[in-house]
Unconditional design. Structure first.
Length: 116
């Protein structure tokens, strides 16, 4: 099982980014999938989840209404659309199967820096 996150970068506050997570070794459509992030000097925190049944979603309060998690099953990829970015969104972003967080290895993540 591997996760390859991409799409991060330096953006100004209020702008948007779309992160991608290309998964291998399993089929993303069969699992709940989540995005997490770790800001400098802080612990990793959960950001969003898309559930395997019905593709329902849930978000951390800090990103609700600004971020959207989705997946492309043929591409075996999970996305995180981030709008109206704020400086406090600055972090390394990771994807993971939440039910396997103690089993799967984390990817390298992708760095998002929000700054003017």
């Amino acid at each position: 099982v591997r996760f390859m996150e991409s799409g991060g970068g330096l953006v100004q506050p209020g702008r948007s980014l779309r992160l991608s997570c290309a998964a291998s070794g399993f089929t993303v459509s069969r699992y709940d999938m989540s995005w997490y992030r770790q800001a400098p000097g802080k612990e990793r925190e959960w950001v969003a989840t898309i559930f395997s049944i019905g593709d329902s979603t849930t978000y951390a309060r800090s990103v609700k209404g600004r971020f959207t998690i989705s997946r492309d099953n043929p591409k075996n990829t999970v996305y995180l659309q981030m709008n109206n970015l704020k400086p406090e969104d600055t972090a390394v972003y990771y994807c993971m199967r939440p039910s396997y967080v103690t089993i799967d290895s984390w990817g390298k993540g992708t760095l998002v820096t929000v700054s003017s």
